[in-house]
Design a protein around this ligand. Structure first.
Ligand SMILES: [Fe+2]
Ligand SMILES: [Fe+2]
Length: 278
């Protein structure tokens, strides 16, 4: 495991980076962070949560970079490459915000597994590689994260942490829209057999994200009840609130939209427990 590689002594890097991170965004009100308003346990939960988020945001940046590298080979338009580069900057912003918040809550101990710095299925032809990660990272991951961040914005009481959540949500809404535009562009070019193959890959992704985002809290078909307001917190809501955010997006967007694009999404959902573990 290794720490996040944050900080550069090269002024050209840092000035360009700051411009990309900050232009068009209100400054984060770091002075409004109130760790002292939290119990020791709540502060530790928040610190650990933001540390873990800094790693997963960095991982998103890595994955988008690898997908972008194969977009030209997949025959996709220039505008798509250019637009996608914006998403990499956004994930860098999210990494930095999450890491800073963890630091200010007591320390960022997020660590990278070197295996997370490289995707493993790069032997796939480019259009299947891009399609596989579009469905997994965008159509499931980014779409679900809009639901999770909506719950976080709603339930977070600390004004600074809430501001960070709102910044992430703003960007993830764009990523969600980008992902579906990419899916609409790419998936119709696949053959029926290739979309069937994507369905099998999707079963694995659904199982992974359901476990990670929602703790697999819902028996199939059940509606989750509204969740009471969270106690004072700096970006930690209940498992039930996250589960509600995940399943709402699953029901309303992920499964119907993928099915409409010809991916056997409902079958994948039904068979997700039979997908091989990673
Ligand atoms: Fe992100
Ligand atoms: Fe994102």
């Amino acid at each position: 495991m290794q720490p996040l590689p944050l900080g550069s002594a090269e002024r050209l890097f840092t000035s360009l980076h700051r411009r990309m991170m900050d232009t068009g965004y209100a400054p984060t009100p770091w002075d409004a962070l109130r760790p002292e308003a939290l119990s020791d346990a709540a502060r530790e939960r928040a610190r650990a949560a933001w540390s873990a988020r800094s790693v997963s945001e960095y991982r998103s940046m890595v994955v988008f970079g690898e997908v972008l590298a194969r977009v030209p080979e997949a025959g996709l338009p220039l505008e798509l490459s250019s637009a996608m580069s914006r998403l990499i900057q956004d994930e860098a912003r999210h990494t930095e915000l999450c890491a800073t918040l963890a630091e200010r809550l007591g320390g960022n101990d997020g660590a990278l597994d070197p295996r997370d710095l490289r995707l493993r299925d790069d032997t796939l032809p480019a259009r299947l590689f891009v399609a596989r990660w579009t469905v997994s990272m965008f159509c499931v991951g980014e779409t679900a994260s809009v639901g999770l961040l909506g719950e976080l914005v709603h339930g977070t009481t600390d004004p600074c942490a809430r501001h960070v959540c709102a910044t992430l949500l703003r960007d993830e809404r764009l990523h969600d829209r980008f992902g579906w535009a990419l899916a609409r562009t790419l998936l119709p070019r696949l053959t029926d057999d290739e979309r069937e193959w994507l369905g099998a890959e999707l079963a694995f992704s659904l199982r992974y994200y359901e476990q990670q985002d929602a703790d697999a809290l819902r028996p199939d078909g059940a509606l989750l009840p509204a969740v009471p307001d969270a106690p004072p917190n700096a970006g930690v809501v209940s498992r039930e609130a996250f589960a509600r955010g995940f399943y709402t997006r699953l029901d309303r967007v992920i499964l119907p939209s993928l099915a409409a694009l010809g991916v056997p999404a409902y079958e994948a959902w039904a068979l997700r427990h039979e997908a091989p573990a990673e």
